[in-house]
Design a protein around this ligand. Structure first.
Ligand SMILES: [Zn+2]
Length: 310
């Protein structure tokens, strides 16, 4: 039982949420309970923490939570921006040659300015507590005092592909909250915030995946020597969907590829580093035998990534 929960916020005669710290004492605060609409008095005594109490009869059961929820929403709407929590996506993968890689895409917490912000606006099947716009991007903000985003709402948000932050106010020390401390928690701090649907999740996933691939390729090959296919001493790679054949010859290794300007640039670069020479007669590139393993590993790195096991 949260019987100690005090109502610290109430509506004034203009419908704005006020903290008990910022109003006149007693009936002269002219404030109302957000649940039942009856008048409340500001108790600003010496003994108990300052709070609102219904002027007639018992307090509403959820007045304190409802008022806190309204206060947080009002603060966000009026702030014009807030700090979003950090975004982190990690990826772990294995290459077919046994090497593994780890990648992490990280965006630290950051301030964003809203272009516009609205409370309780219907979006498709759902109604986020707050809908903030950043250009064309809609961001949902949920304030959880007693009700958290459930599985159904989360699914709907994922379907809408709407980045959404939830602010958890369920464990607040209600008796220490005033307007300024609530503003700090809701607007500036990210201690009580987390992503329900992460902003830019797909591009962060791609970045983490690419970093994991790079990390795996940076590791030395587990096999000491590259073994070519026994039958024809040839390995076929695909770079940008073009065939690239690496063939072991008695006097070197050759690269053959159907003519393509972009592939040609890639092979030229390899030739500069690895001592390869263009052979017009055979329409292929000949490299010294000693760079065979290096060439194999470079072509592996350049190969189309989709063919790898993740
Ligand atoms: Zn009430």
């Amino acid at each position: 039982m949260k019987t100690s929960l005090l109502q610290l916020f109430a509506l004034d005669k203009n419908g704005r949420v006020q903290s008990v710290n910022d109003v006149s004492r007693g009936m002269s605060c002219e404030c109302y309970c957000p649940c039942c609409g009856s008048s409340v008095i500001a108790r600003q005594g010496e003994v108990r923490e300052w709070h609102f109490a219904h002027s007639l009869g018992a307090d509403c059961e959820h007045a304190a939570e409802t008022a806190l929820h309204l206060a947080a929403k009002q603060i966000i709407v009026e702030s014009g921006g807030f700090t979003i929590p950090q975004r982190k996506v990690t990826s772990q993968l294995y290459l077919p040659d046994g090497r593994s890689g780890f990648g992490e895409a990280l965006r630290p917490e950051m301030w964003i300015d809203f272009d516009s912000v609205e409370s309780e606006k219907q979006v498709g099947m759902i109604r986020p507590d707050i809908l903030a716009m950043l250009g064309n991007l809609a961001i949902g903000i949920e304030v959880a005092v007693t009700h958290f985003v459930d599985g159904e709402k989360k699914d709907a948000l994922i379907q809408l592909d709407m980045p959404t932050v939830e602010i958890d106010l369920s464990n607040m020390q209600f008796n220490e909250l005033n307007w300024e401390t609530l503003k700090e928690i809701v607007i500036n701090s990210t201690d009580s915030k987390y992503w329900i649907v992460m902003m830019d999740k797909v591009s962060l996933e791609n970045e983490a995946h690419q970093l994991a691939l790079d990390n795996a390729y940076e590791k030395p090959l587990l096999a000491q020597e590259v073994t070519f296919h026994a039958k024809d001493n040839k390995v076929r790679f695909y770079i940008n969907r073009k065939m690239v054949d690496l063939t072991e010859l008695p006097f070197g290794v050759s690269i053959w590829t159907p003519y393509d300007p972009s592939i040609n640039e890639i092979i030229k670069k390899l030739a500069r580093s690895g001592g390869g020479k263009w052979q017009p007669k055979y329409k292929n590139w000949l490299f010294p035998i000693k760079v065979k393993s290096w060439l194999h590993s470079e072509l592996t790195k350049l190969s189309d990534k989709h063919s790898f096991v993740i």
